[in-house]
Design a binder for this molecule. Sequence first.
Ligand code: LLP
Length: 415
Amino acid sequence: MSFISTKSNGLVSVEDLAVKELAQKYGTPLYIYSKAQLEEHLNAYNAASSDVEHLVCYAVKANSNIAILQLMASLGTGFDIVSGGELARVIEAGGDPKKVVYSGVAKTFSEIEYALDQQILCFNVESPAELERINSIAISKKVKAPISIRVNPDVDAGTHPYISTGLKNNKFGVPVETAFELYKHAATLEGVKVIGIDCHIGSQLTSLTPFVDALDRILALVDRLAAEGIQLEHIDIGGGLGVVYKDEVPPAVSDYLKVVKSKLAGRKLKLICEPGRSMVANAGVLVTRCEYLKQGEVCNFCIVDAAMNDMIRPSLYSAWMRIEEADHNLDRPENVYNVVGPICETGDFLGKERSLKVQEGDFLVMHGAGAYGFAMSSNYNSRPRAAELMVEGGKVHVIRDRESVSDLWRNEHKL
Ligand code: LLP
């Protein structure tokens, strides 16, 4: 069910509240999330894996607002983190470090120490050098670091090259061919305890085939390890399930996990997954106001107050994100526009060739903005970052204040 929709009154609404009214009250650019939608997405993962031992570890990078992390934590969710900062956020939000898996290719000494002190569930080790570093830090602390090796299965996720991570030429993980030897070596180390295996092959996958191919390769390795006497407790299948932005037909969470569970049947492996986008993307919108309409020689521009600093996906990945009018009652001539922001870059656009009924002062809604939206925002062009709201039925929670202009130089110092 979608909690973000156009109601019969013609107004795009998040749960019971009209986006237009929220934009008038809180200003734009504005991120708005639906609490019920977030809960529904999380429930889909838990329901589909309720018959097996499992842990959903939400990928914090997709949207790290502490209210969102707090909501997830209150529902028992674990977290996939990629930095000490993300771990600190999780803890601040009330998350349990014992349900945290730690991915990322460049874990620093202090990040590893911090994660060990917090007794996280597992380090997803991405290289032999990282394994040695974790081992020596754990020895010096007289503890054993729980680890998985992130295995790079060399499968083509069929997604945008910037968000594909499971190919040989990507920086992530350890090649499946050498992972066996690395596991054998890890098993001899005093400072680590081998507990699992991990893989994440990319993001916005719309087919099950690459997931299945990756799983087959990983499970073959699990069997080889078992024959060597290395028994694993869990398998972490990463994230990556795609969502609908336009006309994609991604597998449902239930179908995806059904296939995964059938592959794992008969094995004593706890299932961990790390969904990010499929939890939050379609639980959030970005609202922006049309500042000007401008007729170019070859196209029309709808110039809005949100920019690539607020939402970089179109600029960075040529991502197509749906944009519609916040109020469908307004009688405006329909035109085709490139929807562009105020930033001084030609790459600063939110959408191209969009048919819109819009005039100066109207609000537009960008859908699918809950994932990798605010989380990837910046202050480029000295633009304060947007406010974020969470709607719960007819109630609104301000979960991030709009930055003020003086926030922009808060950490800067004059000579
Ligand atoms: N686990 C690991 C180790 C990851 O690197 C990622 C995402 C996830 C889980 C979550 O994947 P998801 O379920 O969200 O696909 N900024 C890009 C997406 C980058 C994804 C990076 N890794 C975008 O906006 O499309």
